[in-house]
Design a protein around this ligand. Sequence first.
Ligand SMILES: Nc1ncnc2c1ncn2[C@@H]1O[C@H](COP(=O)(O)OP(=O)(O)O)[C@@H](O)[C@H]1O
Ligand SMILES: [Mg+2]
Length: 253
Amino acid sequence: MSATKYISISSQKGGVGKTTINILAASIFHFLGNEKVAVIDCDYPQHSLEGLRLKELDQLQANLDKAADFQALGVQAYPIVGCEVKEALSIAKEMNGEFDLVFIDTPGTINVPGLVELWKMLDYVFIPLESDVLSVEATLPFAAALEAFAKGKPGSRLKQYYAFWNKHIKSEKQDFYQRTEELFAQQNIPFLKSRLEHSVNYKKEAMRSTMFPLSKEYMRLGIRGLIEEMAGIIFDDGTAKAAATATTENKAL
Ligand SMILES: Nc1ncnc2c1ncn2[C@@H]1O[C@H](COP(=O)(O)OP(=O)(O)O)[C@@H](O)[C@H]1O
Ligand SMILES: [Mg+2]
């Protein structure tokens, strides 16, 4: 096993897709990329990720067909540990060496005890934002805080953070997107090339599953390109068990 990588799709803005994309990334790397994945859900007290897992476990108990489908997968589900931010660091450290990838879902606010220490445990942070001024205004200070308190600081693993567009609307005038990317470039905040489109699919239960792989149909959405781009960054040292593209190509398509 190569060194455990710690990743968070995170920001200080609610509703931008942090939880949705943390689940999708964890599930795709686990089920389709063959990486050994764990999730820490410290979005306390919401714990929406842990809640989703509990709901799915209940559904399996109530639905024998579904339970049989799960058995037939022959793949264990990845662990999801719910905790408070201040407990997350020690849980993350215990996972070191046990997993390839640990995804950490954090609250949408930064004034939380223990959060800065947790940031220093992360290798990469991916910051989703929407095309509205509030989203941009929340992202700039968030990136500045990662820069000031974590990136390159003693004892910190944080190598880089990246902004990316979620809920992208192609039919919308694109100058807001362009101007924002220029502004971020001036402030040395890199942007991912991939954009996750606005789509009702991301609200579907099948896309939020923590226990079943995404079907081919959903891998045709922008999520595939986004995860491949993230994989290229996360495994830039060539430690990926499956190459970045194979993450989604081999099994899904
Ligand atoms: N690309 C997308 N297209 C449409 N809806 C989305 C997309 N990404 C997220 N959502 C929806 O936006 C809402 C907020 O997402 P969520 O992941 O809970 O955000 P956060 O964790 O940042 O608060 C949810 O209803 C989710 O289904
Ligand atoms: Mg959330």
